[in-house]
Design a protein around this ligand. Structure first.
Ligand code: NAD
Ligand code: GLY
Length: 365
């Protein structure tokens, strides 16, 4: 098992990563002395695959376990779903000393985390992420939220988990499109912070998305991403500065998700389009070398997440960007690359540069 610490004083926690370790979750959980009263939040897809080992492991370790199931899909990451979960928790007698365990991808993790942040003014929770997206990004760092029809993740709270427990073997049942979408966040981490990871992806992308990497390499990839995210979050938990770099590709990406009503693109696919736009903007501003943009473009091309983009209206996307969370004092902020492994935030991108970047995604993808 690899262990990565998110260092946040007395709210520090471990990310434990292994291959085939789900059956040992109950032991890892109780080793930390966490509550014996547990409510697992999951969805039907993940429940069919992985609820049994998680629930039985907790019960064997002496926990009382109730299970709450939310519908599967980004369109259910809503206050309405949260409302239903609050009712389930009350019915199950969950109190302030109980624990929520989020078992699933980023949608379950974000929603269950938000419910944990708000139920009874906040109770503890643990993340057991089962998608690539959630293992390398969503489960780490304490951002919890639900979507609003006018914007993604618009209602939420920072609420750190007590433990993140990752079994990379669960990725084996993930549909290929989900693996590719999650890989977008891995590419993002390489570009913003880690040239070694980016080079690894250039050498091994097809093996990663085909899940053909040796188990120890797969664990290394996930752990490396968790280390990047843990480092950033440890120094800027609530996104006052450094954490903004994790939003590379998100300014345009989120707008595309909203404009297409969360139906057409996976989050990671939208981030690919956003990174393409941001890369072009950085090039036009003279901040980034053409060779580095070409390396990014080639890696994204090999990822093969190019769908439906020609139907998008750049002006509509630009309009939507104006109501994103990343807007500060009316200025749209971008994260732009300066070198491979190094990005900066920029609030001087002109409307024409934005439009050129957005239009470029349609030319490239
Ligand atoms: P998801 O949770 O919708 O999961 C994708 C699909 O895979 C779902 O149908 C799910 O049921 C299924 N699934 C999950 N695990 C599986 C497995 N092991 N085998 C087979 N199927 C499985 O999507 P996601 O990509 O995991 O997460 C996207 C969400 O995460 C978005 O809402 C995004 O905003 C959020 N996110 C949050 C953060 C954060 O910091 N909180 C960061 C990145 C993304
Ligand atoms: N996914 C961006 C962040 O956690 O800050």
């Amino acid at each position: 098992m690899e262990h990565v610490e998110v260092r946040l004083g007395n709210r520090s926690y471990n990310i434990q990563i292994g291959y085939g370790c789900l059956q040992h979750f109950g032991v890892a959980y109780t080793d930390l002395g966490l509550s014996k009263s547990v409510a697992i939040v999951t969805n039907p897809t993940v429940s069919d695959l992985y609820l049994k080992p998680v629930k039985q492991g907790l019960e064997r370790a002496g926990c009382t376990v109730s299970v709450l199931t939310m519908p599967d899909g980004e369109e259910y990451k809503t206050l309405e779903t949260a409302h239903g979960l609050y009712g389930g928790l009350i019915d199950a007698g969950v109190d302030r000393s109980s624990m929520i365990v989020a078992l699933g991808g980023g949608v379950v993790g974000d929603t269950a985390g938000f419910v944990a942040a708000t139920y009874l003014r906040g109770i503890d929770f643990v993340q057991v992420p089962t998608t690539l997206e959630s293992q390398v990004d969503a489960s780490v760092g304490g951002k919890t939220a639900v979507d609003h029809p006018l914007g993604k993740n618009m209602v939420g709270a920072f609420h750190q988990p007590r433990l993140v427990y990752i079994d990379t073997e669960t990725l084996r049942s993930l549909p290929g499109r989900e693996v590719a979408a999650g890989t977008a966040e891995v590419i993002k981490h390489g570009i913003i912070r880690d040239t070694e990871l980016f080079k690894f992806l250039e050498d091994n992308l097809e093996s990663l998305i085909g899940l053909e990497l040796p188990p120890e390499d797969l664990v290394w990839v996930i752990a490396q991403n968790c280390r990047i995210k843990a480092d950033v979050v440890s120094s800027d938990e609530t996104e006052k500065g450094l954490r903004e770099i994790l939003n590379y590709g998100h300014t345009v990406g989120h707008a595309i998700e909203v404009v297409t009503e969360f139906k057409e693109f996976k989050h990671g696919e939208a981030v690919c389009l956003g990174m393409t736009a941001a890369g072009k903007i950085a090039l036009d501003k003279g901040m980034w070398h053409k060779e580095d943009l070409d390396r990014q473009t080639e890696l994204l091309r090999r990822l093969g997440t190019r769908i439906g983009v020609e139907n998008l209206d750049p002006l509509q996307i630009l309009d939507r960007m104006g109501s994103d969370k990343k807007v500060r004092d009316g200025v749209i902020r971008f994260v732009l690359p300066e070198a491979m492994g190094k990005v900066v935030t920029c609030d001087t991108v002109t409307r024409d540069e934005m439009l050129a970047g957005i239009s470029h995604t349609m030319a490239v993808h």
